[in-house]
Design a protein around this ligand. Structure first.
Ligand code: LRH
Length: 467
């Protein structure tokens, strides 16, 4: 029998509502709605366009139910770290976007109270300046709040009225204890955050609640919202059909999340120095990984060129031209902090190349090639470091997400790492979202390996051998 679920997946440029259909040998997605989800500039900084987003999600879900009345539940995932504050059930302000510059002040504030070494030993997280705890530290609304909810939990609250914190995403806040997976209330207090704003934790697969009567009426169905790996990367890794326990994964979209799945965290000095994170995965697996700036460098460059030309750019054509550039090209550090904010990307990459004494490629195909090769080099480096830090002999790289469609990037990653790259599925995040819902409804295998087996039977990867 075929069972159906609705997945809301909020990515860096767009959000989507999908119908996922699951059977013993079937795993399929149908996109129902796609809408913009980029940051919006307000007077006080970069925000989520949250009101518009809610409307798009409700319209998309209503359309999903219209097309597939057998939908059994709804699951929501998005990128990590961002949140909204509530008081008496009312959202206090439009959520900030993590690429807003205010987070730098938060870092200073938090590290003055608790040094990074201590933070790492408690939360196991790599340093990323936008982790929720740094955002909390500079949030002027904090004193007024009674609840903080990460974005997927906030949306689930608006749909159901229930306040929870799904664990995989909670693990990106900086306030979840790495060894117990419970809130570190003492750490929250130390950085000036009232621990009472942190809601009860739930596992991926738990029912968060049923739709409120108003939402049920608008959707034309009374459904439960089920917690999935609400951190998009947790959902993507759950659906990454790793060929073995030794395989590395790269979840490649705007970011490239590069690492290994472990059973226990690694919080050694070496892991801290290499800036490796121990985020929680579905079923409490550890996502031991490093954030590499991924397709952001390319999409921001394209955005700048489109603004300059006043016409859309044919990216596949540009990538094909880049593939045929055969001059030796310079590489730059994809993780250079100056490349994190939106805007002016080609110029900023040129500045990074210039500062490191490299020539700047003179035309777009050559710059695109430099970008792709630089991302691949950073991927290979992170895989090698992950292997070294854990003592694993990595045998292959499973590359999932949007980047799996970029042949140039997949081949360059195989070449720089000397490992085969298995590319796909492109929709790993939405598939992971659907699979966890399906499992909660007894419509999919019980173990993560069983879920991944269903993915590999239904989505054969494309293999790139190192050259
Ligand atoms: C990827 C991602 C990543 C986080 C970043 C904020 O979308 O969730 O895992 O570090 O966005």
């Amino acid at each position: 029998m075929i069972r159906a679920f609705a997945a809301v997946d909020l990515g860096a440029t767009s959000g989507r509502v999908m119908i996922g259909r699951v059977g013993p040998d079937l795993l399929e997605l149908e996109q129902v709605a796609r809408f913009p989800n980029g940051p919006v500039q307000r007077e006080d900084g970069l925000h989520w366009d949250f009101g518009a987003l809610c409307e798009h999600i409700l319209d998309g879900l209503a359309e999903a139910v219209r097309r597939e009345p057998a939908i059994e539940s709804i699951g929501i995932d998005s990128w990590a770290v961002d949140y909204g504050l509530l008081r008496d059930g009312m959202l206090l302000a439009e959520p900030f976007h993590y690429r807003d510059a205010r987070t730098a002040r938060g870092v200073e504030k938090v590290h003055a109270l608790v040094p990074f070494e201590e933070l790492y030993s408690r939360n196991g997280l790599q340093f990323l300046p936008f982790n929720t705890m740094y955002q909390f530290a500079v949030d002027e609304r904090m004193p007024d709040a009674d609840t903080a909810l990460l974005i997927p939990d906030l949306l689930a609250f608006l749909l159901t009225g229930a306040r929870v914190a799904e664990r995989t995403n909670a693990s990106t806040t900086g306030l979840l204890a790495v060894h117990t997976a419970e809130w570190d209330r003492d750490l929250a207090e130390k950085i000036g955050v009232d621990p009472r704003i942190l809601p009860p934790l739930v596992e991926a697969g738990a029912v968060i609640g049923r739709l409120t009567p108003e939402v049920a009426a608008r959707l034309g169905a009374d459904l439960p919202v089920v917690a999935v790996g609400s951190h998009d990367t947790a959902s993507a890794v759950a659906a990454a059909p790793l060929p073995s326990r030794e395989s590395a994964y790269i979840s490649c979209g705007t970011w490239g999340l590069v690492g290994l799945e472990l059973d226990a965290p690694v919080v050694t000095d070496a892991a801290r120095a290499a800036n490796f994170t121990n985020e929680l995965g579905v079923d409490r697996r550890i996502r031991f990984l490093h954030n590499v700036t991924g397709l952001w460098l390319l999409s921001e460059s394209v955005r700048a060129w489109e603004a300059q030309d006043g016409t859309p750019i044919d990216l596949p054509a540009l990538l094909a031209q880049a593939a045929s550039v055969d001059d030796a090209l310079p590489l730059f550090d994809a993780n250079d902090p100056s490349l994190a904010a939106p805007g002016g990307m080609p110029e900023r990459i040129a500045a990074v190349l210039h500062e490191s004494g490299h020539p700047v490629p003179q035309d777009r195909p050559a710059l695109v090639r430099t970008i792709v090769e630089s991302i691949a080099a950073a991927f290979a480096d992170a895989v090698a470091t992950a292997a070294q830090l854990t003592g694993r002999r990595v045998d292959a790289i499973q590359l999932v997400g949007g980047g799996s469609l970029n042949e140039l990037l997949c081949q360059a990653t195989a070449d720089s790492s000397g490992l085969p790259v298995l590319a796909g599925p492109v929709e790993a995040t939405a598939l992971g979202n659907v699979l966890v819902q399906a499992r909660a409804a007894d419509a999919a295998p019980v173990t993560l390996e069983g879920l991944r087996d269903l993915v590999s039977r239904t989505h054969s990867p494309r293999r790139y051998e190192p050259r």
